[in-house]
Each structure stands twice: as C-alpha cells, then as structure tokens.
Write a protein that binds this ligand. Structure first.
Ligand SMILES: C[S@@+](CC[C@H](N)C(=O)[O-])C[C@H]1O[C@@H](n2cnc3c(N)ncnc32)[C@H](O)[C@@H]1O
Length: 262
C-alpha cells in the first residue's frame, strides 16, 4: 500500500473502482496538454499515490510530454523516464528548470533496445543511488495511429501487429528488470480500428504481459477519454460517421495494474 492509502483511508481520494470517469483534465501546475496522446494527469496521480510513497522512484517507459514526471514532482517521488522523441524531451527538461526537489532524469533512449536501455538505466540508477525502482508505468503508442517521430525505432512507425508486439515485449522486459520484486506496474493502453475492424491492441498487450512475465494481474480499469482533443466540439460529425458506418466511437482506454512476482 502507498503512502496515501495507509493513513486516513476513509477520506483519502483514491479511486478503487474499476471504472474511472474523469470529468475534467487537471490543467494545474506544469500540465499544459501540449502533447497529442498524453495522459490525463489524474491517471498517474492516482497510481503514484496508491502504489508509492514519498522518496520512492517511478520509472516510466514512453514518457512523452512529462505528465508523470510533473506528478512525481508534485508528490515528491523520484523519477526516471525514457523516450525517443528529442523534441519533447527538451520541452519537458525545460519545464523542470530550475532544478526541483526530486531526483529525476529523462533518457533519450530506445526502450526496446536492451543494450541502450540497460546502459542508460544503470547510469541513472547509480546517479540516484538505487538498484531498482518502486513503480513502473508504461504508455506505449497505439500502433501507428499517432506517429510521434520519424525515427525508425519509434514504435509508432510500426504498422504490423506482430512486429509491434515483439518490440513492446522487449521494452517491458527491459523496464521490468529494474522494478523491484513485489512492486506494482501499470500499463495504459487502448484499442484501435484498422482495415474496418477493431483491433483489441490493449488486450493483446495485457495478454503479452501475462504470458511473458511472472506477474499477478491486480486491476483492469476502464477510464473515459471525454476530453480527447480530436473529438472536442465535433461530436455530431463523429456520431454521423459512426451511424453511417458500422462502428462505435472509442471513449475509453484501459489501465492494467500488475504486481511483479520475481
Ligand atoms: C502515448 S505517448 C506517451 C505519452 C505520455 N504518457 C504523456 O503523458 O505525455 C508514447 C511515447 O512513446 C515514445 N516512443 C515510441 N517508441 C519509442 C521507443 N522505441 N523508445 C522510447 N520511446 C518511444 C513516443 O515518442 C511517445 O512520446
């Protein structure tokens, strides 16, 4: 149990339901919502408060626009992030200056590459004086739906599911080797449409984690994405398109929570 869940459990603002309807995106502090496909800050906020305590270290694969880092800073958790998008890394580093109270680093690194990841992670862990981290969070691209960079190593450049899944498992293996035993991790994922049908990508990823790693699954949470930029103000046209065709509008994503057993 994390810091918040130990004390004062009746009053604590932690959502233990499997359905998270998040009304309004938290835009406070450093959260500027500038990166397409970023987290609603309330997601890392809930997870970090539930599964870590002050002074713990959070590792993030696919760190993007820094939502988790900004939450870590607010909640006094140390942080190690990894992304391949130099531009967004520079943006996030810029937001963190002048130096904050927490220990943090964002590594420009291909998380699916064992040697590159390992080297970067060992270096940062040494700098921060730790061997393993206390929580891991991963929010990979949803195949090639949003292309984040032109970099060939970017998972969002992959359109073949099997190739994508193999890289995803490599990335999770790399990250999980730095998560301490009996600690928790969360995978945030969504499904996609491809060639006129639903591809349950989130389920594939969840299943791959179960099959490849010694974990216990602790939660399947569905959260709404009411505030999705692309759909704001254009509800009618989306409804029209959905009715004219034969599909449904994605409103939700999944948060899969696991406990690492070895
Ligand atoms: C869905 S976004 C993450 C958004 C993040 N949760 C946020 O709140 O901003 C996925 C991220 O994965 C990064 N990425 C894709 N392939 C990668 C790879 N091989 N190694 C590291 N990062 C990668 C992209 O650059 C992108 O920033």
């Amino acid at each position: 149990m994390g810091n918040d869940s130990n004390s004062n459990w009746r009053e604590v603002d932690l959502n233990v339901d499997s359905l998270w309807i998040i009304g309004e995106r938290d835009k406070s502090g450093k959260h500027a919502n500038v990166y397409h496909g970023n987290f609603i800050p309330q997601v890392p906020d809930q997870l970090i408060r539930r599964y870590t305590k002050e002074g713990d270290t959070v590792l993030e694969l696919f760190s993007g626009g820094g939502t988790t880092l900004f939450e870590c800073e607010k909640l006094k958790r140390n942080y190690i992030g990894f992304d391949i998008n130099k531009q967004i890394i520079d943006y996030v580093r810029g937001k963190m200056q002048p130096s904050s109270q927490i220990k943090y680093e964002i590594c420009d690194c291909d998380v699916a590459d064992f040697t590159e990841f390992n080297q970067a992670a060992i270096n940062v862990c040494n700098e921060q004086g730790i061997e393993k981290v206390d929580f891991l969070i991963a929010h990979p691209p949803y195949l090639d739906v949003v292309k984040f960079t032109q970099d060939k190593r970017d998972l969002s450049q992959i359109s073949d599911i099997d190739t994508f899944m193999s890289k995803f498992v490599d990335a999770m293996r790399n990250g999980l080797s730095f998560l301490a035993k009996d600690k928790y991790f969360a995978l945030v994922a969504g499904d996609i449409y491809k060639r006129s049908e639903v591809v349950p990508l989130a389920f594939y990823m969840m299943d791959a984690v179960k099959k490849n790693f010694n974990v216990k699954m602790k939660g399947v949470i569905i959260k709404n994405i009411e505030g999705n930029k692309g759909k704001l103000g254009s509800q009618d046209i989306w409804k029209y398109r959905a009715l004219k065709s034969d599909y449904f509008l994605f409103k939700h994503e999944y948060i899969f929570v696991f406990k690492k057993m070895d």
